[in-house]
Each structure stands twice: as C-alpha cells, then as structure tokens.
Design a protein around this ligand. Structure first.
Ligand SMILES: [Cu+2]
Length: 135
C-alpha cells in the first residue's frame, strides 16, 4: 500500500467513525432550535426567550438587503458552547452575517436578561435592538 492509499484509508476510517458518532440516537430528544431573523431594521423575535441550562441551536438568518449583525457579548460570554463556536463569535460575541447568509450557533444559555443590538452604523437607532431572556 502506498503512503497515499494508507492516508486515504485512514481518512475514510476516521470519517465513518465521526459519522457514527454524529448520527443522532433515537432515544435522545431532538435538540431545540430557534430561528432568529435579521432584517432592515429588526430582529425577529426581538424578545428572544430561552430555557436556562437547556442546549439550543440558534439559527440566524439575514433576510435584509445588506449586512447585519447580532451582538450580545454578555449573553454569549455567560453561555457554554464549543470552543470552535466561541472563537467564531469572537471576544465581543458577534454573529456577523452578509446579506442572505445564515449561521447555526449551538449553546447552553445561562439565566439572565441580556441586551442585543446590531452595531452597523445607525441600525440600532432604526430599531435593531432586542433582549434575550433566559429563565
Ligand atoms: Cu443591522
């Protein structure tokens, strides 16, 4: 076997292994999902409500005519999530989306009330603000 073939075989083996692990177990309840729409100039819902300690996937979609973001530094800092997800959001806790873009963020929220805003120029003043309430 050439080195290349060995590497391919190894990659295939680890791929099937990770697929096996990522396949949902039928006994486990489905992960809760919440859709959050960014538009000109609003968040829907603007009063996001989540359950403390319960993992959830936040599905962000930008349906606006330009770029928008969802900035909630305190909320993301308090929540637990994979390091890869945390580094995607950055230290300031920003979901940045170009027009038409979407992003899934899976996390476990911590109880509290957190402000949200879009930090694009003037967007918060036009109404792109909201709150996240975690109970
Ligand atoms: Cu905006």
């Amino acid at each position: 076997m050439t080195v290349f073939k060995k590497r391919v075989a190894l990659a295939m083996a680890s791929l099937s292994l990770s697929l096996a692990f990522s396949a949902p177990l039928s006994a486990e309840p489905a992960l809760a999902a919440t859709r959050i729409v960014l538009a000109n100039f609003s968040f829907t819902p603007s009063d996001l409500r989540l359950e403390a300690g319960k993992p959830v996937t936040l599905h962000f979609v930008n349906e606006g005519s330009g770029g928008h973001n969802f900035v909630a530094p305190e909320f993301f800092a308090a929540a637990s999530m994979d390091e890869a997800v945390r580094s995607r959001l950055g230290k300031k806790g920003v979901v940045e989306l170009e027009k038409g873009a979407a992003l899934d963020v899976t996390l476990t929220p911590k109880a509290g009330t957190y402000p949200v805003k879009c930090t694009h120029f003037l967007h918060a003043g036009f109404g792109m603000t909201g709150t996240i309430t975690v109970r």
